[in-house]
Design a protein around this ligand. Structure first.
Ligand code: 5GP
Length: 189
């Protein structure tokens, strides 16, 4: 079974679900307050960053109780030590974001390079606001200063985790929880 590859569950499916509900409530409240001040405002645009954010995005948007649209971007990062911070956009947004409230949804913020690149690109398009929601945060690993507005969980140690969208060599994204692989399932890289 797939879970046999897991050494330790770091965040259970139940804890993920509870935190996603809380984040959805907080986001709904924050943007509902903004909409009250300006009733002509267009609905929130939630932007999921593929591939990792897909399960989180799918659950989070159903916990958001205001009018919203969603779109996706796909990026690849080559942060393998030789060229940290090199980020390429594989799929851009389908829609324009000028004067719109935009919420980026990420699976994990680690060094911050990926997010910094996305933020720079999107803020140049003139959104009304640009915020970030990430399921996981590794603040002690940060190499660039990026603002994250909503955080699901701060990872306590310097762990490499898989599951709930996060992969190892494209695998294990479909685990319903976040966990650490057994060493024998991790190839030398
Ligand atoms: P950055 O270092 O640019 O903040 O993050 C780049 C990417 O590294 C993330 O989007 C994610 O795909 C990957 N990453 C960082 N930490 C982990 C981790 O613990 N597990 C997995 N599966 N991917 C990670």
């Amino acid at each position: 079974m797939l879970v046999d590859a897991i050494e330790r569950v770091v965040i259970s499916a139940e804890d993920v679900a509870r935190r996603v509900r809380e984040l959805g409530e907080q986001i709904s409240k924050d943007y509902r307050d903004g909409a009250k001040k300006d009733p002509k405002k267009r609905p929130l645009l939630v932007v999921g960053i593929l591939k990792g954010a897909m399960p989180f995005m799918a659950d989070l948007m159903r916990a958001i109780d205001i009018l919203m649209e969603y779109d996706f971007m796909a990026v690849s990062s080559y942060g393998n030590g030789t060229s940290p911070g090199e980020v390429r956009i594989l799929k851009d947004l389908d829609c324009a974001i000028g004067r719109r409230d935009v919420l980026i949804v990420e699976d994990i913020v680690d060094t911050g390079h990926t997010l910094q690149h996305i933020l720079a690109g999107l803020s140049a398009r003139g959104p009304a606001s640009l915020r970030v929601c990430t399921l996981l945060d590794k603040p002690h690993r940060r190499e660039v200063d990026v603002r994250v507005d909503y955080v699901g969980f701060v990872l306590p140690e310097n762990l490499f985790v898989v599951g709930y969208g996060l992969d190892y060599a494209e695998l294990y994204r479909n685990l319903p929880f976040v966990g650490v692989l057994k060493p024998e399932f991790v190839r030398e890289r």
